[in-house]
Design a protein around this ligand. Structure first.
Ligand code: IMP
Length: 404
């Protein structure tokens, strides 16, 4: 009974991939439980960059199970491509398991997401078909791996959903839909490759719970994009809070002992929606350039702002965070001053606290090596949130990590 959950406390892109990779060394199973290939993790291992959208970061370790849980919506084309990419780099996918209950993202979902985004009032999705796939799941029109792989009737199920989508695309959006038979054949080709990985992952969870296997649940997106608790309607279409780890895997509640919240030393957001501490000046450009703030999935430039204690406090409560990891501490180095929103005024505008800047981080092996002003910043956040910051990351490489 030793599961831990790792979540982003902001609007995604907090650097969860690197922290998952770091913590995965202590786990036997790493599991993704929500979202789909709207997520993007960049890992830097032995000087080489890896971009994963679906496969949990545990895949980088040969001896671990990397599970895509039932709560994830899967574009089979992306998954096949990711497996091939790993193999090209000498990384075996033998530890990969995919829940047979994962709902599929089809070309119809992608077309619907794209069409929806062309409308006035769209929210700036990743256009990966995530929202339409989760909508179908809730409407009981969705297709799971097992619906297409098990016995007869697969094509009929696919056709029935595709006809509905075709009608909406044609009649409502005025868009030519994908071909039903062609898209089905392509999906079945992918499923033929993927079927060795597809299984009943719920059973793996029960077994892990009984044996006390160490599991790391890897969240995607961030708490502020949660469908229920985020900045609706500018949210993703799944729950990103810690409880989603259980729904998206079948793992029992009592087994979760630790919830690590990951946040950046500043804030970013891609897509539309409120962002109280957003910057529109040279500082924003400087942080964007130094932090490489361009989406892994869509390449979009991220919006940038100061860290925000008000939002972080809420995220810590919503997720039951027991410890924190702060990433990208290096990006703020060299700034004259660093601001953090400590509250809101009567017009709901941020009230800032100012910190003296700090110099570059040179050869930091332990916490005490960090610049004094950076330590003041870290300790202030800790005190405000009432949760210890146990991990500080100051660069993309595994070695650029301090554990306290
Ligand atoms: P969707 O998840 O593609 O439906 O997009 C909904 C919102 O969530 C948009 O604002 C996206 O930019 C945002 N979003 C989705 N996935 C991520 C992510 O992994 N990181 C950051 N933002 C994301």
């Amino acid at each position: 009974m030793s599961a831990s959950v790792l979540l982003g406390l902001q609007w995604g892109d907090e650097g969860k991939g690197k922290i998952t990779d770091y913590l995965a060394s202590q786990a036997e199973i790493v599991l993704r439980f929500q979202g789909g290939d709207n997520a993007g993790h960049t890992l830097l291992i032995d000087g080489k960059k890896y971009f994963n959208h679906l496969i949990p970061s545990g895949i980088m370790y040969d001896d671990k199970l990397s599970i895509i849980g039932n709560g994830v919506v899967v574009n089979p084309a992306t998954l096949v491509k990711e497996i091939a990419g790993l193999k090209e780099n000498g990384i075996s996918a033998k530890g990969l398991r995919v829940s047979e209950k994962c709902h599929l993202i089809t070309p119809f979902h992608i077309a619907l997401d794209g069409a929806n985004e062309m409308r006035k009032g769209s929210i700036g999705t990743t256009k990966k078909g995530i929202g339409p796939a989760y909508s179908d799941k809730a409407a009981r029109r969705g297709l799971r791996f097992l619906d297409l792989l098990d016995g007869d009737g697969g094509f009929q199920r696919y056709e029935s959903a595709a006809k509905y989508h075709s009608f909406v695309l044609k009649e409502y959006f005025g868009i030519e839909p994908p071909d039903i038979q062609d898209s089905y054949d392509k999906i079945m080709e992918y499923l033929n490759i993927l079927k060795t990985y597809i299984c009943n992952t719920e059973e793996l969870m029960f077994e892990a719970y009984e044996k006390g296997t160490k599991i790391l649940f890897e969240g995607a997106q961030g708490i502020l994009l949660d469908l229920d608790h985020g900045t609706y309607p500018f949210v993703t279409s799944s729950n990103t809070v810690s409880g989603a780890a259980l729904c998206g895997s079948g793992y029992p509640l009592g087994g979760v002992k630790k919830i690590t919240g990951v946040f950046k030393s500043y804030t970013t957001r891609v897509g539309d929606g409120p962002f109280a501490t957003e910057l529109f000046d040279d500082i924003s450009e400087a942080i964007c350039d130094k932090g490489g703030e361009y989406g892994t999935t869509t390449g979009r430039k991220r919006r940038v702002g100061w860290a925000d204690i008000v939002d972080l406090k809420r995220a810590v409560l919503l997720s039951g965070t027991t410890d924190l990891a702060m990433t990208k501490a290096d990006v703020l180095c060299g700034m004259e001053k660093v601001l953090i929103a400590e509250g809101r005024d009567s017009a709901n505008k941020p009230i800032y606290k100012e910190f003296e800047g700090w110099g570059e981080i040179i050869q930091a092996g332990k916490y005490s090596d960090l610049p004094e002003n950076l330590k003041k910043y870290i300790e202030y956040i800790e005190e405000q949130l009432g949760v210890p910051i146990n991990i500080i990351s100051y660069g993309p490489a595994r070695r650029q990590t301090i554990e306290r």
